[in-house]
Design a protein around this ligand. Structure first.
Ligand code: SF4
Ligand code: SF4
Length: 428
């Protein structure tokens, strides 16, 4: 965004306060500076150089920006269309340049990005994590400022969870479409089983999937941390990679680029904005973003509807709205429609289903206290439904809620991606 665009975005807030009840951090602290409205005032003062961005003391701009989840619930609630998420990324970019963070925090921030966006490094870390039962060794945790009981997500079967899907899978029966599956980086290591389920459900519905090997990281985690130059470079690489795989600009060989990670989906839909001032990529980015669909969005809109699912699932089921699906992509009905179509399943809404669980990318590592408090409320609301299965469409939420539910013991509900339930119902 240009400085004028940032200024216009900040000025579009009319201070009505409709966003306050939607904001998880404001609900936690009751502090105006932890609300969207308060943060927008702080951002404006930083933008106009009235307040410094480098200060991180309690009450400073940096302090309250760091506590923002980037969940974008305020955007959904805002009647004035304030582009809060874009403004946050822009101000965070300046904040990253001007703030001197301690050595431990810098190592944590850079280390998380280096690990999570590189499947090989992530796999190596998870193999090492097995030796400690997934607990980050205390000296490392202390050095980077984490609680000493901090865990990393540890899949039960790493070779299964990190297995690549086939590069080409033909849809069954009458052909209804061809899509590219974006396999990402975290998903590819922790939730390859979700990719496999996605491909099977698409095939059962007559949709052919291509999933080229060696797909790059989309840059979402970098963008959310304000590393916009790196995120733009990753966006250009991603667009070029998919254009090469799908017939050129606008990806004419496929009907859609499918994502089953809502954070990556929201970010790639935002490439059109991210690269709007890039002479070489603006048009290509807009064409690319127009093709991006969340898996629930694509399946729910299939002309003629879903094909019948042959296997009833007699489960009591609830759903957690991942922020970047509900707020980042404004998708509410599609996942519910799919889950409610599963034969035999009883769907129950969760109170505050669209309130952030505290995961928020790497927020749960950077702001562990706030994240834990939000997780505890989320777990209580999910458990109150009495559901045996919780579905949610983002790897961060899956891992964070799974980790929280582990402490509940044998009565804890199973935490799955919605597409895994559809996959079970499509099995004979
Ligand atoms: S992004 Fe989320 S945490 Fe941040 S101000 Fe908006 S609602 Fe609050
Ligand atoms: S709802 Fe929108 S306009 Fe109203 S205070 Fe919040 S951000 Fe500003």
């Amino acid at each position: 965004m240009t400085p004028d665009e940032i200024e216009a975005g900040l000025l579009s807030c009319v201070h009505c306060g409709f966003c306050l009840p939607a904001c998880p951090t404001y609900r936690e602290t009751g502090d105006e500076a932890d609300s969207p409205r308060g943060r927008l005032v702080l951002m404006r003062q930083a933008h106009e150089n009235v307040l410094p961005l480098s200060d991180r003391d309690i009450g400073s701009v940096g302090y309250h920006l760091d506590r923002c989840l980037g969940c974008r619930a305020c955007e959904t609630a805002c009647p004035s269309g304030v582009p809060y998420g874009n403004l946050l990324e822009e101000i965070r970019e300046r904040q990253e340049k001007e703030t001197r963070r301690g050595v431990g925090e810098t190592v944590l921030r850079e280390g998380m990005l280096a690990l999570l966006t590189n499947p090989l490094r992530m796999k190596a870390a998870l193999i090492g994590g097995r030796l400690t039962g997934g607990v980050i060794p205390a000296p490392i945790a202390r050095f980077v400022g984490l609680p000493t009981d901090t865990k990393m997500p540890l899949p039960e079967n790493l070779s299964e969870s990190s297995r690549d899907v086939a590069t080409f899978t033909q849809g069954a029966g009458e052909k209804r479409g061809t899509v590219l599956l974006a396999t990402g980086c975290v998903m590819r290591v922790l939730y390859g089983t979700v990719h496999a389920a996605t491909v099977r459900v698409l095939a059962a519905n007559g949709v052919t999937t291509i999933a080229p090997k060696g797909q790059p990281c989309c840059g979402a985690l970098h963008g959310h941390q304000g590393k916009l130059a790196a995120a733009r470079a990753m966006a250009r690489e991603t667009i070029t990679f998919y254009e090469n795989a799908c017939g050129g600009e606008g990806l004419p060989d496929v009907d859609a680029v499918i994502l089953n990670s809502s954070g990556c989906g929201a970010f790639t839909k935002g490439y059109a904005h991210l690269l709007q001032h890039d002479e070489r990529f603006a048009v290509r980015a807009a064409a690319f973003s127009a093709k991006v669909k969340d898996i629930s969005e694509y399946l729910a809109a299939l002309p003629g509807g879903l094909r019948p699912m042959p296997t009833p699932l007699p489960i009591r089921l609830t759903y957690h709205d991942a922020c970047h699906l509900r707020h980042g992509q404004r998708i509410y009905d599609a996942p519910r429609a799919l889950l409610q179509a599963i034969p035999g399943a009883t769907f129950i809404e969760t109170v505050d289903s669209d309130l952030c669980c505290g995961s928020a990318g790497v927020y749960n590592y950077l702001q562990p206290e706030m994240a834990r408090s939000l997780l505890d409320k989320k777990l209580a609301n999910l458990l109150a439904t009495g559901a045996s299965v919780v579905a949610t469409g983002n790897p961060g939420c899956l891992a964070w809620i799974q980790q929280g539910m582990a402490a509940v013991g044998k009565d804890a509900p199973e935490i799955v991606h919605p597409i895994e339930l559809l996959d079970r119902a499509y099995r004979p």
